[in-house]
Design a protein around this ligand. Sequence first.
Ligand SMILES: [Zn+2]
Length: 497
Amino acid sequence: MPFRQSVKHFLMHLSWIFILPSSGAYAYQTQLPDLGSPDLIEYDTQTEQRLGRAFSVALHTEFDLNYDPEILNYIRRIGERVITQTGDNRAFSFYVINNPSINAFAGPDGVIGIHTGLIEAVRSEDELASVIAHEVAHITQRHLSRQYEYQESEGSIASIASIIAAILVGTQDPNAGMAILMGGQGYVTQKQLSNSRQHEAEADFTGIKFLYKAGYNPKAMARFFGRLSRQSMSNSGQIPEILRTHPVTENRLAAAEDRAQTMPPFKPREDNGDLRLIQLRLQSRQKQELGKLFNEIPLNDDQRCYQLNDLDSNPADKNITKKLKNLQCLVKLAKSESKQPLYTDLLLEKLTGIINNSGLPKKDRTDWVSQTKEIANFAQILYPQRQDISIRYAEFLEAIGDSKQAKSLLLQHSSDHYNFLINQKLAEIANQNKDWGYAYFYQAQAQYNIGNIKYTAHLLKQAKEKNKNANNDLTAEITLFENQNRNQLNSVEKTEE
Ligand SMILES: [Zn+2]
């Protein structure tokens, strides 16, 4: 489909100067107008969605995303709580980026990114939720309102999305990062400016309302940004990434505090201790010096049990007896703390690791398997919507040879808004069972979910070719998928011709 010669877009958080290529030469330079200037044009939904998809593909292909089911689903749970308060029916997407800088951003079409550095820096879930609510507010307030123009082609949308991603994710040296990324592509550089003060004030004002309605402490936003700001001042000019794009002023903090005061009395939501366990998870995955993060707050016994088992991940360690002994406290917690299914997740994860790496000793196997299945079944009943539990349970079932139930557990999530991890896991299981047609088909659906339509089309072709023994179920499923998503799949075929 040929595009219009020039399309106007909005961008949030940033003002831009783009120098754009035209047939290999720099044709013109665009200075972006200020927000609110008369020539501001809203871009149409379809174009916004295309840019959002390209942005999501750029995040997934060019950056180190965190695919840990527990960490990702934790952020999504907070995000869901916040967005149900917005009255905005857009499909928001939340991703976690492995990056130690304290940062979060809102990109095109409701894509929100959270850096692992931010998750580690917050002192409560309310603070984490306050940043998410602030980003969500930038989107609902349509602050993504900086226009740019570019020569139309599928290629250029992808390139623009890459540039946006590179800037929003940020690097230690943005210019060096951009140079590597853009190389000789012809896109020269951009100039990153802060969100305007007016946007920050609006995002705080609206975000605090979302925060409060979602059951979080409305004072958390001013508290978090205030602390960061004070720390950065005492920290020899080290400014956290998030303060570059969301500048903090005395006025802003005072206004945020006032806004929180206007909320009716705050009734805190029940905290099941998710944040601490998720921080421990991040810590053990990043092999940081233990204790560095939590010097001030000692771990309680339950958290210590979680940490002990989470760290014990050396597959070469054949000391099964010791490992099973460590798992005992986790079994106890998984049974008694039904409000905290992360214990069940970790039990499943670690036991699966033992089975896959060295196998359970025969004498223990029956007991461990039946006990763990009982715990997991219960968690499934309590939290049917939790992908992390389904994924860990499916891995466990696959390890004990029950692929069929593993698959059916995962398929319960096939129509979730975000089903990339689910489809990846389904593809992995199909692969292990040498079911190549389905392996490609689930990969295709995973790629479709993150907006990679071109790759989806390629994988669907592969799936059909691999379906040599003409599995009629698979043929029917592929046809159904193609019919349901015909418009998008067709748009790729046409641009490729
Ligand atoms: Zn902001």
